[in-house]
Design a protein around this ligand. Structure first.
Ligand code: SAM
Length: 290
């Protein structure tokens, strides 16, 4: 791990230096440091897909790797991804979803960005092991300032990654810029319940945000930011009825027959009682003509 951190240090500074000053830099560093420190724990206890909520595609008793693959392909279908397209995976983790999706959809090319050098290095190893170097690339970049020209992508996807942004309007303007006219936006994420919270709910949400370095907001707030950024045909969907958090729970506290806090759980688990979160999805399109 130390070697990975050292070997990536110049790339790391570049990604952060591309952010603007002050608060923004400190936020980007916190996300980078959190994921640099926790990436190997995520891989060990969750696998190659870093998502708290997994689409329950009817494989509930299946092995977790297949289960995540089914989750990732479900999201690819909801995002309208198709053969031959070029996709931006904004906040790509260690590229588990990108690998599953590129393996399943012929000719699809995916560019992933992450703030974490440790994730990027792990991702490149997994991509190479899958023989996908020609079609899946990962680079260090802040998704608020992307190193891609206007209109590069047919679609931009966020799989539990948009909630890290403290600046959703700026984020979605940047996504709109790099999406070709007619292209799509797809977001699946954890959101805050869209109502006044009790003191206890707010306290639990604050602690959740602290643990995961997150900015949990209502889905409607993200949709409003997308609309302000220029997106059309907005559609929001609550996913709670098709989501399971079983694998995240098992990664933290073991399975029901062998309950025990894992090292991943020691860092992330809290016995929340009223945590006011929900899973949801935003789909939108950049119109062909503006
Ligand atoms: C919960 S992980 C999800 C990873 C991946 N989408 C998956 O499903 O496995 C959140 C990801 O968002 C990335 N992220 C957060 N803020 C970012 C930013 N400003 N720029 C680029 N990536 C960011 C993190 O580095 C991490 O890879």
């Amino acid at each position: 791990m130390r070697e990975q951190l050292n070997s990536s240090s110049s790339e790391r500074s570049d990604a952060i230096a591309s952010s603007s000053q002050g608060e923004e830099v400190s936020y980007a560093r916190r996300v980078r440091d959190y994921y640099d420190a926790s990436a190997s724990g995520y891989v060990r206890f969750l696998g190659h897909t870093f998502q708290a909520g997994t689409i329950d595609t009817g494989l509930a008793e299946g092995a977790p790797p297949d289960y995540y693959r089914a989750n990732n392909l479900y999201m690819a279908a909801r995002a309208g991804l198709a053969p031959g397209q070029r996709i931006l995976d904004a906040g790509c983790g260690v590229a588990g979803p990108a690998i599953d999706i590129a393996t399943a959809i012929p000719g699809l090319q995916i560019d992933g960005v992450t703030l974490s050098p440790v994730q990027a290095k792990l991702a490149r190893g997994f991509i190479s092991a899958a023989g996908l170097e020609e079609r899946v690339r990962v680079q260090l970049a802040d998704y608020h300032r992307l190193p891609f020209p206007n209109g590069t992508f047919d679609a931009v996807v966020f799989f539990e990654s948009s909630g890290y942004s403290p600046y959703p309007e700026r984020l979605l303007r940047e996504m709109w810029r790099v999406t070709r006219p007619g292209g799509r936006l797809y977001v699946k994420d954890v959101f805050r319940l869209d109502r006044t919270l009790s003191v206890e709910e707010q306290a639990e949400l604050d602690e959740f945000n602290q643990i995961f370095v997150h900015h949990t907001r209502p889905l409607a707030a993200l949709a409003a930011a997308a609309e302000a950024a220029g997106y059309s045909e907005l559609e929001t969907t609550c996913l709670d009825s098709v989501i399971t958090t079983r694998f995240m729970e098992e990664a933290m506290v073991g399975d029901r027959e062998h309950p025990a806090l894992t090292p991943f759980g020691e860092r992330h688990f809290r016995p929340f009682k009223v945590l006011p979160i929900t899973f949801g999805e935003l789909r939108a399109r950049r119109l062909l003509t503006e």
